[in-house]
Design a protein around this ligand. Structure first.
Ligand code: NDP
Length: 311
């Protein structure tokens, strides 16, 4: 039975950064890419806020760069999906990871960087304009809608935060809340209501995202009187929550009620020895490529330290 030093699950900024650091530390990491190689960034057109790309870069190219850099130092990148994990509770024991329901990998350390998935409404028209006006990240894509009108969907803290962020850039922001109240904290709601160019439409739901090549309007319905209307807007932002991709770790790793993995403060250390978590799978707050990359680095350093303690 071959036992590897370090297995990384996930191929977003956290996973590839962990691979760069782990391979440079001679841990010969194997990285399992998962269903969406490159992660959430591969659905983003332009990334302009990642340091080191002064002209900006597309999400897919940036992730290809991350991958090449990890491979340059000897990381083994494998196309496949981890379908089961049997994590050891004893320090020094190996963890068993099953890929695509068949291949078994035995590893001393596991770095989890499985990310999170933004929730979407599930409309066909929403899918059609993904990356051409539809986005689930105001910080990533808001800039492209400077001085334009946009619609944000959601009533939680994310929606409040994204809507107020966009209001600083855009001419007008409409916030569609499906109930007659917002779930967001009082302080966030106050910010929303204190913003002049932000209009909250309670009891409104989205019927269709409309446009030609890019979004130009949103058909919405007032659920109180069933009246439909069209809002002219070039951006449509979803802020209805994220789901961390951590289901396979349930009952083994500590997670919060939503499923975000819990790590010890200022580290990537989970409740099990030799298992580390990084990126959006354990971060419900920042959720940026740069913070994910930083935590991937932390996870590789924590794994290296754990292995040297075993030696
Ligand atoms: P939440 O789950 O808190 O809120 C999701 C919102 O989306 C709810 O208002 C919900 O409506 C709405 N929604 C869900 N599905 C649909 C749908 N199909 N159509 C229309 N609306 C829908 O998610 P958040 O991402 O806002 O927040 C997640 C966590 O992160 C929270 O704990 C939050 O406090 C925290 N957070 C904190 C921030 C901060 O403090 N700065 C910033 C961002 C997040 P309904 O209310 O009707 O169910």
């Amino acid at each position: 039975m071959e036992i590897i030093e370090c297995l990384i699950i996930g191929s977003g900024p956290a996973g590839y950064t962990a691979a760069i650091y782990a391979s440079r530390a001679n841990l010969n990491p194997v990285l399992i890419q998962g269903l969406q190689p490159g992660g959430q960034l591969t659905t983003t057109n332009d990334v302009e806020n990642y340091p080191g790309y002064p002209e900006g870069v597309t999400g897919p190219i940036m992730m290809e760069d991350f991958k090449k850099q990890a491979e340059r130092f000897g990381s083994k990148i494998v196309f496949g999906t981890v379908t089961e994990v049997i994590l050891s509770k004893t320090k020094g024991d190996v963890h068993k990871i099953i890929v695509d329901n068949k291949e078994e990998i035995y590893t001393k350390t596991v770095i989890i960087s499985t990310g999170a998935s933004a929730k979407y409404l599930g409309l066909e028209s929403e899918k059609k304009f993904m990356g051409s006006g539809v986005s689930a990240c105001a910080v990533c894509d808001g800039f492209f809608f400077k001085n334009q009108d946009v619609v944000v969907v959601g009533g939680g803290d994310s929606a409040a935060e994204e809507a107020t962020y966009l209001a600083k850039l855009c001419k007008k922001v409409y916030l569609l809340v499906r109930k007659d109240e917002m779930r967001a904290s009082q302080i966030m709601q106050k910010r929303v209501f204190d913003t002049n160019n932000l209009e909250v439409l309670f009891n409104h739901e989205t019927i269709e995202v409309m446009g030609d090549k890019t979004v130009n309007s949103i058909k919405v319905k007032d659920t109180k009187n069933n009246q439909e209307k069209i809002i002219s807007a070039s951006g449509f932002f979803l802020a209805i929550g994220h789901t961390p991709n951590t289901q396979i770790f349930k009952n083994q790793l500590d997670m919060d009620s939503v499923g975000y993995l819990i790590t010890k403060p200022d580290s990537s250390i989970t409740n099990l020895p030799g298992v580390f978590a990084s990126g959006d799978a354990q971060d419900s707050i920042y959720r940026q490529a740069i913070t994910a990359a930083g935590s991937g680095c932390m996870a590789a350093l924590d794994a290296e330290r754990y292995l040297s303690e075993l030696d």
